[in-house]
Write a protein that binds this ligand. Structure first.
Ligand code: 4AD
Ligand code: MG
Length: 496
């Protein structure tokens, strides 16, 4: 919607184009005695809404108008009648998908909502303009911070000196009988320097973010939660996924990148207790879209390293792993193989007749590292995406396939490392998701907010997580993941 409405012509030049658009209804009303409905549609890309018109023959209008309803439509962009503010509107030809809302139960009232009120609905507040705008701004600022990292103290001292010298410089110019123009040019340069100094100082402050830690263990090692900072038991996250889904169900395509924690007893060269994960989450996307996105992303990263970081890669090739550049080239240019879990097991069963794996191969097992490496390094000699895993070994939120035995999950496996990416299509059906939570003996109460995303304007959506340190491991050929993160935490090591 942003790409349509932010054009200098307000989108007018797009009239006549047929497009597919997904979003959430901000306000909707039926008009002309039920002949058509007007929807103000928002997809989180900007605060502005796209005006959408649906005729009664196209869909049951009553299902589309409640605030919060999700719609995925195909329609023609049209010039609105004279006298309207908008320069373009969408006339719907086909409604491809709808996630309904029971208007009587929708938790967000239509009135202007305070930020305090919204704090009790953190999972739905991404659907408000203020929060959408805040998050879009935060993203721009974060990008700016990364591209122009915090300055050093030396930068600041140098800038301060420049500013201090302003008066002296002007006096010197005057005594040298410089022209008015020369003096004002010098003043302009120094004024700019002062502005830059303010910016540098500002950025320095932003660069030093503080960290909050929870729960201080007592001398006996126990943590007394009654005295704890949060006044309740709090946990470190294993993944940002469930939270980022709240944003995907409002801003459409989002990602999160942050530290995640696992207390698994995995004493391997590929597991850390704290690692960083990039997690995209895409609304209106199914498992195929998810696999396409993950494949394109991994290839992009490999090509980026070859294009912009070749000197580092050459260093690694010379000192650590001489095959690392070839491996990057291979992945950047290959089409990833895609096989179902069932096909993967058949391949592994066949080969295990002739050679021994340490871990038994049968339908229902989680693939072990040796299996992943066999598939990528020996069988296909390329990245492999394995999809449709048994539901018993995967998380409750993954979409149940029609066979009721497998879920729409996928792992991207690469040579050297094995699993680099894990992702899935999420179960968007309220009833099925609720049944899965119960089936897996999980309590419903902590997941009510997550179920709300399916109650109010649910959409098909998918996402994945890429382990950042595994990516570095893969790219550089370093043997142990503990060496690619500044402060590795693993069983027995968590001090520094
Ligand atoms: O497969 P995982 O567990 O998937 C998730 O957490 C999903 N919630 C992600 C999502 O769909 N948004 O983890 C994703 C990736 C793995 O493929 C692996 O690369 C990495 O995170 N990873 C680890 N890296 C280092 N140490 C560990 N203990 C890791 N566990 C997972
Ligand atoms: Mg996984």
């Amino acid at each position: 919607i942003h790409s349509i409405l932010s054009r200098p012509d307000g989108g007018a030049g797009l009239a006549g184009q047929v497009v597919k658009i997904g979003g959430w209804v901000k306000t909707g009303r039926e008009q002309g005695k039920g002949a058509f409905a007007f929807l103000e549609l928002n997809d989180g890309s900007c605060p502005a809404n796209l005006q959408v018109i649906v005729e009664s023959g196209v869909h049951k209008l009553g299902d589309l108008v409640p605030t919060g309803t999700s719609v995925y439509v195909e329609g023609e962009l049209k010039k609105p009648p004279e006298g309207t503010k908008q320069k373009i509107e969408l006339k719907v030809l086909k409604v491809l998908d709808v996630g309904t809302v029971d208007a009587a139960k929708y938790p967000l009232p239509k009135t202007r909502l305070t930020l305090e009120f919204l704090r009790d609905f953190v999972h739905l507040r991404p659907r408000t303009n203020t929060v959408t705008t805040l998050i879009n701004e935060a993203e721009k600022l974060e990008k700016e911070l990364k591209e122009n990292p915090a300055p050093s103290e030396a930068d600041i001292v140098a800038a301060e000196l420049l500013v201090k010298e302003k008066g002296e410089a002007v006096a010197q110019l005057k005594s040298a009988k410089a022209s008015k123009e020369e003096i004002s040019a010098a003043v302009a340069v120094l004024t700019k320097a002062k502005e830059n100094l303010v910016k540098l100082q500002e950025r320095f402050r932003l660069g030093n973010r503080c960290k909050l830690s929870a729960g201080i263990p007592k001398k006996d090692g126990k943590i007394d939660y009654s005295e704890d900072f949060f006044a309740r038991q709090a946990f470190l996250t294993v993944s940002g996924q469930l939270q980022v889904e709240t944003f995907a169900c409002a801003l459409s395509s989002v990602y999160t990148f942050g530290p995640t924690f696992r207390a698994e007893q995995s004493h391997t060269s590929r597991h850390l207790a704290e690692f960083w994960m990039v997690e995209p989450e895409i609304a209106f996307a199914d498992l195929q879209d998810d696999m396409n996105c993950a494949e394109a992303y991994v290839k992009f990263l490999c090509q980026w390293l070859l294009d912009y970081s070749l000197a580092d890669m050459e260093f690694m090739a010379a000192h650590i792993d001489k095959t690392c550049i070839d491996r990057l080239k291979m992945v950047a240019s290959s089409n990833f193989y895609r096989i179902t879990y069932t096909e993967a097991i058949a391949i592994l069963e066949e080969v295990s007749k002739a050679r021994k794996f340490e871990n038994k191969v049968e339908w229902g097992i989680d693939l072990a590292s040796e299996h992943e490496r066999y598939l990528t390094e020996e069988k296909f000699k390329a990245p492999v995406i394995v999809y449709n895993y048994p539901k018993g070994i995967k998380a409750f939120y993954m979409k149940l396939n029609e066979d009721k035995k497998t879920v729409a999950a996928m792992d991207v496996l690469v040579p050297k490392v094995g699993e680099l990416v894990g992702g899935s299509q999420r179960e968007e059906n309220y009833e099925v998701l609720r049944a899965r939570i119960l089936e897996m003996n999980l309590p419903l109460e902590p997941y009510e907010w997550y179920l709300d995303l399916r109650r109010y304007g649910t959409v098909k959506h998918s996402g994945f997580g890429l382990g950042f340190e595994r990516m570095i491991l893969f790219a550089t050929g370093i043997e142990n993941i503990r060496d690619v993160i500044p402060f590795p935490r693993y069983p027995g090591r968590a001090d520094l």
